[in-house]
Design a protein around this ligand. Structure first.
Ligand code: ADP
Ligand code: MG
Length: 577
């Protein structure tokens, strides 16, 4: 049970406020999360962790000297937005770039991915290191598909220590990825956790039973068995991880974490560790600076997990390096931290977008873009109910609402940008950011990024050609696939986008004008969107109810075709005029 809260809806925000009030010497609040209250030295690579909340001390509890420069804090068990990750990354940057590290979940991958793109556009180097340590969540040959659980802690720690030692950006990324390759976790649950304001746990484990291979967001275990004794459990965990030991050579040395998930007592953990440490020694494995306690929790979940990282000299040094943070301290941090007066405040301030007034050709293209966005927003408002109905059949019914909110916000931002005389790329950048910030949902993040990528290929200094449109559409598709990782046939908007892009390219290459080629491509997209009715979703929120969706076209593909059709009409009217 979570008994203490004021308003369940603002539980995470209220928690952050109290956390900051309790730790003013360590952290200060910025939009989207926290950063160190005293900035590290100029030129140190910033390491930023994050994810949903509900895991304290992960992730905000480990911000401070020797550990993270900042933490992005989402709602309970919910990915923070791209805007949040961008904002914290920007505030944490010490002038040498930002390495984000977080557990492998679709929402986090997408939102942190977008934050990286945005920081890079503003000239700040940024990269994501995705942690994949949970051996129960996918087979060893699919290591990259595994969830991130308590291994997060080791990877963040190692990356942070490397940055503190003065490693370059590339070297911090290298050592963080190396730590992830060497890290394995296995967890068990005796009972589920309960979200604030709810009276039922997210899952329950029958009395006398134990879930093996649980997730840290209230996902139940992948299998169930009888409740073992403490020493039997130690054996299950140690055997499970040693079976997955990476090749290291020599006497294996490991960093170890026996982690409590929130409602398991330290005393119980020590009883388990008594046997686990003996079993590891008997297996010839030397344990370096083990941690037994709560490092990554899952609200009030009852259970624990074991994490092992197979060390080499470098990883061992970084694992042992001193740390001083609200929730985790190790050794003595000697390095004098620069104080606030040294801070180049300009670095901390959010980027002001520079307005570059475009020549007449660019402003003319921008005007067509704005007209198209208005038409699109009107069409999506009319289609809102129908798109919602399609999404409700196997998804969550919010697609119409999301597209309406996103496109309306995009129109307002585009109007404002165009009024300043900027070109099409700047208009679509503003529109894309607004769309992603307001729409919510998977499709909102993808549409925002797609608009920006498309705009990047429209010129300011001459009229846009059909070739520019085809190149822009191809870039938008590449962005959507990079972020969403959907393939044709997965029943997503990619199924309408792929034929659109290839038909547009083919029509342009065979001599059609931009407007005519676009209309042909939009027809191909409409047919492809209808054909998605035959498919079963293999990704996204509709996947668990895949069968129900057969016979109904994909909402995202349907709205894509609708939008392309309307843009075609605007282009045709514009060419005729
Ligand atoms: P959510 O699924 O988050 O509720 P929406 O309902 O707004 O978001 O959008 C659903 C649409 O998003 C789906 O119909 C599909 O076309 C698209 N979609 C979902 N996941 C992906 C993905 N990984 N790549 C591309 N498109 C996706
Ligand atoms: Mg939806």
């Amino acid at each position: 049970m979570t008994r203490l809260y004021d308003d369940p809806a603002s539980f995470a925000e209220d928690m952050v406020e109290g956390f900051v009030a309790a730790n003013p010497g360590y952290v200060r609040q910025v939009p989207g999360g926290v950063v160190r209250s005293r900035r590290a030295r100029r030129g140190k690579v910033a390491v930023v962790t994050g994810g949903g909340s509900g895991h304290y001390p992960a992730f905000c509890g480990v911000v401070g000297p020797g550990f993270a420069d900042g933490a992005v804090i989402g709602n309970i068990f919910t990915s923070p937005s791209a805007e949040d990750a961008y904002s914290v990354g920007r505030a944490a940057d010490n002038g040498a770039g930002v390495v984000f590290s977080f557990g492998n979940y679709a929402g986090d991958n997408m939102n942190f991915g977008l934050a990286v793109e945005r920081l890079e556009r503003e000239g700040i180097r940024a990269h994501n290191v995705v942690v994949t340590d949970d051996v129960a969540s996918a087979p060893a040959e699919e290591h990259a598909k595994r969830r991130g659980v308590v291994g997060d802690f080791v990877v963040f720690k190692v990356a942070s220590a490397a940055a503190e030692e003065g490693y370059s950006f590339d070297e911090v990324v290298r050592v963080a990825e190396h730590a992830n390759d060497r890290t394995r976790s296995l967890g068990v649950a005796f009972d589920g956790c309960t979200l604030p304001g709810q009276d039922h746990p997210l899952f329950e484990v029958p009395a006398g039973r134990m879930g093996l291979g649980l997730g840290i967001h209230g996902e139940p275990g992948v299998s169930e068995r009888d409740m073992p004794s403490a020493s039997e459990l130690a054996k299950i965990l140690v055997d499970g991880l040693l079976a997955e030991a990476p090749e290291t050579g020599g006497t294996p040395r490991v960093a170890a974490i026996l982690n409590g998930l929130g409602a398991t007592k330290y005393e119980e953990l020590f009883v388990v560790w008594r046997t686990a440490s003996r079993l590891l020694a008997e297996a010839g494995v030397e344990v370096v600076a083990p941690e037994v306690g709560e490092l990554v929790t899952s609200l009030d979940m009852a259970g624990c997990s074991l994490t092992l990282t197979w060390l080499d000299d470098e990883l061992e040094r970084l694992w042992q390096a001193p740390v001083d943070t609200p929730a985790y301290r190790k050794g003595t941090v000697s390095q004098p931290e620069t104080d606030e007066s040294d801070v180049d405040e300009e670095l901390r301030a959010p980027a002001e977008r520079v307005t570059v007034v475009a020549p007449a050709e660019g402003q003319a293209t921008a005007a067509v873009v704005v007209k198209a966005l208005h038409t699109v927003a009107d069409a999506l408002r009319d289609a809102e109910d129908e798109l919602g109905r399609l999404d409700a059949i196997a998804g969550d019914g919010d697609h119409g609402r999301g597209m309406t909110r996103g496109s309306s916000a995009a129109v307002a931002a585009a109007d404002e940008a165009a009024a300043q005389g900027v070109g099409p790329a700047a208009v679509l950048l503003a529109a894309g950011d607004a769309w992603a910030a307001k729409a919510g949902g998977t499709s909102g993040a993808l549409w925002g990024a797609a608009l920006r990528s498309f705009g990047d290929l429209l010129p300011d200094h001459r009229e846009a050609t059909g070739g520019d449109l085809a190149a822009g559409a191809a870039a938008a598709l590449a962005t959507v696939q990079r972020l969403g990782r959907a393939e044709p046939g997965d029943k997503t908007l990619v199924d309408a986008m792929v034929p659109f892009v290839s038909e547009l390219r083919a029509a342009i290459d065979s001599g059609a004008g931009g407007a005519q080629a676009w209309q042909q491509a939009a027809e191909a997209a409409a047919k492809a969107a209808e054909r998605t009715a035959e498919l079963r979703p293999r990704t996204g929120r509709a996947r668990p109810l895949a069968e129900r969706s057969v016979g109904t076209p994909d909402p995202g593909a349907t709205s894509f075709a609708l939008v392309m059709g309307r843009i075609g009409e605007v282009l045709a009217a514009n060419t005729a005029a």
